[in-house]
Write a new protein. Structure first.
Length: 370
């Protein structure tokens, strides 16, 4: 149907006016819709959802309890000082605005999607990358107590104390704080009653080299990057290394190699070629062995127990070489009597010194094997 043109107005100008009006609507409508959406999502604007604001705390931050259930612990890297954790994160707080009267038709809990009500945002401070969250749940009971559950996975850095390696115990930290934009809205309160490892943890854990002894949580006030104070929850994993691999594959073979070098103490002082052959072969064997297992040892800038044990083995093999050279020179210059006397005392003095030196190392590095 054609709209009749007003008297005195050309039909072409009418079409141009309609086209301009339609074009103006198409241009301004997306901008208007975006403005309406922003107004609906901004709590400061009239008509916004008040449940997205934190509950009133009479001027104090909302107390949020926090706990952790450990599901799995993998990829413990002593060199990179990091580990990977898979766990459930539990948080709870009280929101009186969500109270309701339970009736036979009303469920025992109300379920909400994330974004329908206020929930605290936390972050893992010592994470290598932001944590990956899965399966988040929000529930409230008739008293207005809100429960938040989240399964997450994250790679975390933590300082390792490897001085007693391979008989070391570690305390690995997972540090959680409020998000920087919400640190004044809520504070974290530890819930040690629900901080635990799941019952099935040890049945499927891939930690062949570690024994997880416990999981604990502590809360404290720390200093944030901008200098302000912020509450934090520090989850501490206590681990003990299973050192049998290093005992049977490193320490025992080294003991046998050093003992082999003592075979020169039972050879005739005049047989220099056989003594030198045994001593040099032992030295080269220990050096090759050290290169072969270097990939399994932590590269730290301080001396560990196994480093000190390696050095001790090197030194006492070198002592055996010095002894055989002394015996040979004494045999040539002073006669066989002095050489035999040195050799007779070396048979018990060098092994005894080796045992005493290792006992001192065990005490100095506070080694406890169990």
């Amino acid at each position: 149907m054609q709209v009749p043109a007003p008297a005195g107005l050309p039909r072409g100008r009418i079409r141009l006016t309609w086209a301009a009006a339609i074009l103006s609507f198409l241009v301004t409508f997306p901008l208007h819709a975006a403005a309406v959406g922003a107004a609906a999502g901004d709590p400061s604007r009239p008509g916004a959802n008040p449940l997205l604001e934190p509950p009133a705390g009479n001027g104090h931050p909302v107390a949020v309890t926090i706990s952790l259930a450990l599901l799995n612990l993998t990829d413990i890297d002593e060199v990179g000082e990091r580990f990977h954790i898979n766990a459930y994160l539990f948080m709870g707080w009280h929101d009186p605005r969500l109270k309701y009267v339970q009736t036979p038709q009303q469920p025992a809990v109300n379920r909400y999607a994330k974004g329908e009500i206020w929930s605290p945002t936390v972050e893992v401070i010592n994470a290598v990358d932001p944590r990956q969250s899965f399966d988040t749940k929000l529930r409230t009971n008739p008293d207005g107590v809100v429960s938040y559950t989240e399964r997450f996975s994250v790679a975390v850095t933590s300082r390792f104390a490897l001085r007693s390696f391979p008989f070391d115990s570690q305390t690995l930290n997972l540090v959680i704080r409020p998000y920087i934009g919400e640190r004044k809205e809520f504070s974290l309160v530890a819930d040690p009653r629900h901080t635990r490892m799941v019952v099935e943890f040890k049945s499927y854990s891939s930690l062949a080299s570690w024994d997880v002894r416990g999981l604990d949580v502590q809360t404290a006030t720390a200093q944030a990057a901008d200098g302000s104070s912020v509450s934090e929850a520090r989850f501490q994993l206590s681990l003990k290394r299973k050192s049998a691999f290093y005992v049977y594959k490193v320490i025992v073979p080294l003991l046998l190699m050093v003992s082999l070098s003592w075979a020169v103490f039972w050879i005739e002082p005049g047989d220099l070629a056989t003594q030198v052959q045994i001593a040099v072969t032992t030295v080269l064997t220990i050096i090759a062995f050290a290169f072969a297992i270097s990939a399994n040892l932590p590269r730290v800038p301080y001396l560990t127990f196994i480093d000190a044990f390696f050095l001790t083995c090197y030194i006492f093999v070198f002592v055996a070489i010095i002894e055989l050279m002394s015996v040979h020179l004494s045999h040539r210059t002073s006669g066989a009597e002095l050489a035999v006397r040195i050799r007779r005392h070396s048979r018990w003095a060098v092994p005894l010194a080796f045992l005493i030196t290792n006992a001192v190392l065990l005490v100095n590095f506070r080694i406890v094997y169990y």
